[in-house]
Design a protein around this ligand. Sequence first.
Ligand SMILES: C[S@@+](CC[C@H](N)C(=O)[O-])C[C@H]1O[C@@H](n2cnc3c(N)ncnc32)[C@H](O)[C@@H]1O
Length: 261
Amino acid sequence: MSAVWAFKKSLARILFAFVRKSVPLAYAQDGLISLHSHAFMKDAGFERAYARGVAAIGGRDLYEWHWRIHVGLWAASIARHLPGDFVECGVNKGFLSSAIMQHLDWNSLDRDFYLLDTFSGLDERFVSSSERDRGVLDKNARQLRDGFYVAGVESVRENFAQWPRAKIIQGSVPDTLPEVKSERIAYLHLDMNCAPPEVAALKAFWGRLVPGAPILLDDYAYIGFDSQRLAMDEFARDHGVAICSLPTGQGLLIKPPGLRG
Ligand SMILES: C[S@@+](CC[C@H](N)C(=O)[O-])C[C@H]1O[C@@H](n2cnc3c(N)ncnc32)[C@H](O)[C@@H]1O
C-alpha cells in the first residue's frame, strides 16, 4: 500500500513538473492542472497570507496548495462580513487557518477562531468501515511517521501564540464539539480526512451557522474520498441544499439565507 501510494505521488509530481515545463502558464500542482488564470498567486495580500501558512508548517512549501488556500481565503473574506466566530475541524500544523488569520488581521477582529484537532492523527473510533477498507488507518500511521501530521500540540500553540483569540481544542471530534461555545458561527472548515467526525461536526454546527456562512469541505472531491462526498451529499439532500464541487478537490456549501433549521 505504502509503496503504491509513494509511486502514485512521484508519478503525479513528474506529470505536474512536465506540464509546468511544457506550458509555463499552466497551474499544475496539488491534483489540479488548469490553463485558467491564477493571477491571485501574484497578489501581495495572497503572498503574505500564503507565506504565513508555509511558516506554520516549518517554512518550506511542501504542499503547493495555492489554489486551495485562495479558495479558503475567499471564503474567510466573505465570512468576515458576517457575525460570528470561525471554526476549523482538522487543523494539523495550521496552514490554512494561519493564512486566514494573517489575511484578516485576526487581532483586529472581535471574534474567536476555534481550532479542533487531536493533534495526533485520526481517531480509529471515528473511521468508517469503508474508510478502513480503503486503508485510511495505514495512511494515517504513515502520515504521522513522515511528519505530515503533527504529533503533539505544543508546536501548534507556538504557531498560534500571536493570536490570543485562537482557541485550540485538543481531542477527538465529535467528543470535543461541546467545547465550541459560540452561538453564531460565520465560517466552518472541515478537514479531518474521514467522514464520521466531519458529518457529526456539520450536524452539530448547522443550526448555529449564520445565513450566508461558507462551509468549506477540504476533501469533498478528492479521488479516494468517496465516503466523505457521499456522506456530505446525504446531509445536503436532507437539508435541501447543494454542495459545489471545486476542481481543487474541495466542496463549498453556503448556508442559504432564509433557510430554516
Ligand atoms: C489534512 S489534516 C488538516 C490540514 C489543515 N486543515 C491545514 O490547513 O493544514 C487532517 C487533520 O485532521 C485531524 N483529525 C482526523 N480525525 C480527527 C478527529 N476525529 N478529531 C479531531 N481531529 C481529527 C488529524 O489529526 C489531522 O491533523
